[in-house]
Design a binder for this molecule. Structure first.
Ligand SMILES: [Zn+2]
Length: 371
């Protein structure tokens, strides 16, 4: 069975919820339609002409990319411009393009976690907090016979996380009453008679970001026609999320060795470096994409080096004055997302019995040559 485009992007949104994206970011479906079966998906960092050719050769109906193909509102669609030709080619070959950008950067297990992992960083934290996942308390009343299955459905969907503990819930037994009214088809009791039922009140905590998913799973498992449940806002601090990560190496290393590590793990031939190569490095801040605005965040966290792309001249000077080292592997270091996203989506397809194949693009989209 082939997965529909819509289903595939729902899987992608599990990996990178749209709700965490930076404001005004260009994400989601940018071109084409998701209302069709998809046999092959190409995962790319950038959608260039060569990447589109690769998608055509693979028979891909969908490209999932990190960087947007439409940045500004289009005023026209002239197909004698290079950008217009690209859109024309995609449309002619019926290939849809879906973008997952800052939401993928920020998401747990997304770009920034991937980069931190590539450098073997431990005890990683968010470098630059952009928001926090608000918490809500969910309370549901379930007949005793179905308490286990409803609880499992709720907790397996990700509710009930407190710190490093999962599946946290509180359960208390009691008696529920109800009278099915005209036109109902009650699971227990009969129309017009007040019923008393032994029920369990299950309560747990859910991050707002997964609320709809949890409620769907709960309602599916609940036997009642009209499940009784409450949601309360909770004024506890939710989990912070954001751009970049900061973490520690197992052992301190001189900057020169960290440079080699960055080159090897991000598969880049050259990096630009700010700082004394003998500086001892223990704490590393890493950020996918442009890192120019993250110097202050890096200093705030007391990191020894910032690993990020697109560092400009004046930012490098600021870092030098502040005693902060920088390694700039280039923006294209983000290419490590291709294999990771393709593999994670492939696993989700297999879990769901779909035969859609996910390919990591082989096209190098580094625009610079190093001479
Ligand atoms: Zn980027």
């Amino acid at each position: 069975m082939l997965a529909k485009g819509q289903t595939i992007t729902q899987w992608m949104e599990k990996l990178a919820p749209k709700s965490v994206a930076m404001p005004d970011d260009r994400i989601g479906l940018q071109l084409g339609s998701l209302q069709r079966d998809v046999s092959n998906v190409l995962v790319a960092l950038d959608v260039t002409d060569e990447v589109v050719d690769e998608a055509i050769a693979l028979g891909a109906e969908l490209i999932i990319a990190h960087h947007a193909i439409i940045f500004r509102p289009l005023k026209d669609l002239q197909t004698d411009t290079s950008q217009g030709r690209l859109y024309e080619k995609l449309i002619k070959h019926d290939i849809a393009v879906y973008i997952s950008h800052t939401n993928y950067d920020i998401a747990e297990g997304g770009m920034n976690d991937l980069m931190a992992e590539a450098l073997d960083l431990r005890q990683t934290k968010v470098l630059w907090k952009t928001g926090e996942d608000k918490l809500e308390k969910l309370v549901v009343f379930v007949p005793k016979s179905h308490a286990d299955s409803v609880r499992t459905a709720i907790l397996d969907t990700g509710a009930g996380h407190i710190g490093d503990y999962s599946h946290c819930s509180f359960n208390v037994e009691g008696e529920g009453t109800f009278k099915p009214l005209e036109g109902t088809n009650p699971f227990i009791g009969s129309t017009g008679t007040v019923e008393q039922v032994e029920e369990v009140r299950i309560e747990t905590i859910i991050p707002s970001s997964i609320k709809s998913r949890v409620l769907r799973a709960m309602l599916k498992a609940h036997p009642y026609e009209e499940a009784a449940y409450d949601l309360y806002p909770v004024s506890l601090n939710g989990k912070p999320y954001g751009l970049g990560r900061v973490g520690k190496l197992e052992q301190p290393k001189p900057l020169a060795e960290v440079v080699e590590l960055v080159k090897e793990r991000f598969e880049v031939p050259y990096v630009r470096v700010v700082g004394d190569l003998n500086t001892s490095i223990r704490k590393i801040a890493v950020l996918g994409g442009s890192g120019g605005r993250s110097v202050n965040h890096t200093l705030f966290h007391g990191a020894d080096v910032l690993v990020a792309g697109d560092i400009d001249y004046h930012t490098a000077h600021d870092a030098l004055v502040a005693g902060l080292c920088i390694i700039d592997p280039g923006h294209n270091a983000e290419k490590i997302m291709k294999k990771s996203v393709a593999a994670r989506l492939q696993a989700m397809a297999e879990e769901n019995g779909a035969s859609t194949v996910f390919h990591a693009s082989h096209i190098a989209t580094e625009p610079f040559q190093f001479m």
